[in-house]
Every structure is written in C-alpha cells, then in structure tokens.
Design a protein around this ligand. Structure first.
Ligand SMILES: [Zn+2]
Length: 378
C-alpha cells in the first residue's frame, strides 16, 4: 500500500473518533428529480462547515475543511471520504448552477460517516456474531491453495481469539467447523442478539480473473438499487426489510470495517457497496459482509493462503469493532453540538435524526427554487 493512502486512512479513523463536529442550523432546499429527492451540495457544505470546490476536471467536486475531504464527480456514483471509496446510492446531479446529492445519500451515507456519534438506534455492543461464509458441501470460491469455506472459518477463529483474549465481548459463531449452515439459520442465530450485537459475515471473492481488491457490503436502503442492479427497479427494492432498520448504523459499521481492512491489507479499494444478500436483508443487527480479496486472482489467492494475511484481516476486523464503538460512543450522552439546541426534539422511530427532522420541514415558498422537476429521459 502506498503511504499517502495509509496516511489518509489513519486520519479517517481519527476523524471518525472526533465526536461532535460543528454544524449549523439551516433549512435544506429539497429538489425533486425523477421522483427522487436531492439536496444541493451547497447546503451539505454549509451544514458540515465544509468548503465546496467545483469546476475540477471531468466534473469533479470536493467538499473540504482542515482534516476532512469528500470528493466525487457529477453523474458518478463513486464518492470518496478521506480517501475511502463509497458507492453512492445515486449519482451526483448537476442542474442549473447547483450540484445535488440524493437525500438518501445524505442521511444514510454522509451523516452516519461524518457524525457516527449521533446514531440513535444502537444498543450496547456486547456480542459479536461472526459468520464464516459457506461450509460443508458449499465450499464457496476455490483456489489452488484452498477453499473460501476453510479460509473464512480460519479468519473467524482468529477474530474470536483476538477478541476473547483482549476484550470482554461475547462471541457467537454461525458455524464452528466445516458444516453447511443455511442462510436462514445464520440470521436466526444473529437475531437472538438484536439488542446488543454486531454481525460480521466473512467472505473471499471470486470473479473473472481480473477481479482484485477488498469490498465491504451493507444492506441497500429501500428504493436503492443493489450494486449489480441494471437500473430497472426490482420488487425487492420496494420493500422495507429487517436489515433496513439499521441503515445508518450499517453504514457506520461498514465504514469502520472497510477503513480498517484497507489499513491492514495491501489490496485495492473496491469500495463500500449496497446489496440485499440474505444475511444483510434478514438481519436485525447492524451488519456487514466483507470480501477480503479474490481467490480467483492468482496473486491474491496466494496471499490469502498465508496465515499472516488472515491474521492481519482478523486484526483489521477487531480494529474496526473498536473504532465503531469509539466513534458511536457519544450516542448516549447529551449532545453539545450547537444544532441540537436549535433543532426540534428528535422524533421517535427507528431512525430519528436532526437532518431527517429538518428535511420534514415545509418546503420553501414557490419561487425560491427548491422544487425542480426534470423530465425523465427514459
Ligand atoms: Zn462467499
């Protein structure tokens, strides 16, 4: 890994732990494009006290402040926070003089990533559910050096040993040996700990030979396409699944996990992505699924076969749990951020949050710009 990236990731971990960021009270100017709500990046910049820089090459934009950097491109879903790659639910849009971020990406990506201490729907984390992918007749991806099912079990045991030795967590494993466990049984085990646990599914990837790098998956929010969606809305997208109860917490956990994996493993960043895998969809806990490299790639398969690599991956998972706990620790304490004093009390509900509260405010009077309709092109 080159050193600038490692530096950025370290800064990112620190940023996640900083606690309250200064934020301003404001009214968000919602706009509607193709029946979807967006907010101007100017509003995002004002709220988080970032500077919006536009006009870069190929429509690139940046939101920056000392110590923080968000960047993306118009019409693109690729979005970087402190150098970590995220895949937005919807591309950034340009309309008139403004650039827009979807409301979904504001509340379920930017907000939990920049202010994880404000997550409201999180119990005390006492149990870690480790889910080694595959097992038994389902060997998963296969390399000349071994199978996905044996490597994921090995990583899970390493995480368990690291966590058990050094920390006071209760550890549950969805499988402890080379047996087949159905996806339904995996989430059934997890959901017994829905008020006190985190769920981490461990996998290795396979692709058509050129695939390389690390990716972290979290549940796709309602009305958001899966990473491999072809653009046509599916029935699954219309439904609110159990895994959606923790959309913001899922993102905070995925961010901590992905940053730690990139920090410890020398592989490319494929990004944090949305999916509706069974273990994410039917999970009542904050949940992520990590893909720790490609068994179909000769070089990565060889690395994964080394115990030192799997130990580093296990250490990254432990580091991520630590960082997630530190970053979200202030959720239970009175909030000292200026906005909290001026915003209405947060409404009850699975995801109560000041941005959601502000977004529910009545729209600005006609003529002030926010309600924009754009004809759909297809
Ligand atoms: Zn797998």
């Amino acid at each position: 890994m080159n050193s600038p990236r490692r530096w950025l990731i370290l800064v990112f971990l620190v940023a996640l732990c900083l606690g309250a960021l200064p934020c301003r009270a404001q009214t968000w100017k919602l706009a509607t494009f193709e029946n979807r709500e967006y907010v101007p990046l100017n509003d995002v910049a004002d709220f988080y006290e970032l500077r919006l820089l536009t006009g870069g090459p190929a429509g690139s934009i940046q939101l920056v402040s000392p110590g923080r950097s968000l960047r993306g491109s118009i019409s693109s879903k690729e979005f970087y926070v402190q150098g970590i790659k995220f895949i937005l639910s919807f591309p950034l849009l340009a309309f008139g003089d403004a650039i827009y971020l979807s409301r979904n990406d504001l509340t379920k990506l930017v907000e939990p990533v920049l202010r994880p201490h404000r997550l409201r729907n999180l119990g005390a984390v006492r149990t870690i559910i480790l889910d080694p992918g595959h097992g038994g007749h389902d060997r998963g991806a296969v390399s000349p050096f071994g199978t996905e099912s044996e490597f994921t079990l090995d990583v899970a045991y390493r995480v368990r040993d690291l966590l058990l030795k050094k920390r006071g967590y209760r550890i549950e494993m969805t499988r402890k040996d080379d047996t087949f466990i159905s996806l339904e049984d995996r989430t059934r085990i997890a959901n017994r700990f829905r008020d006190s646990g985190l769920f981490i599914s461990i996998h290795f990837n396979a692709g058509s030979g050129i695939g390389t790098g690390i990716e972290t998956y979290l549940m796709a929010p309602r009305l958001v396409p899966s990473y491999n969606g072809d653009g046509a809305p599916t029935l699954a997208e219309l439904q609110q699944w159990q895994g959606n109860a923790h959309d913001p917490e899922n993102m905070a956990l995925a961010t901590a996990m992905h940053a730690a994996l990139l920090n410890r493993l020398p592989l490319d960043d494929r990004g944090i992505k949305r999916a509706r895998f069974h273990v994410l969809r039917e999970n009542q806990l904050p949940a992520v699924l990590v893909e720790g490299g490609f068994l179909s790639n000769a070089d990565e398969a060889r690395r994964i076969s080394f115990p030192a690599y799997r130990q580093a991956m296990a250490e990254a998972i432990v580091m991520a749990i630590d960082n997630f706990k530190i970053a979200t620790a202030e959720a239970a304490t009175p909030d000292a951020a200026p906005l909290a004093r001026s915003a209405p009390a947060a409404p009850a509900g699975p995801y109560s949050d000041e941005i959601e509260t502000m977004l529910r405010q009545p729209p600005s009077p006609p003529g002030t710009g926010p309600k924009v309709s754009v004809p759909t092109s297809n």
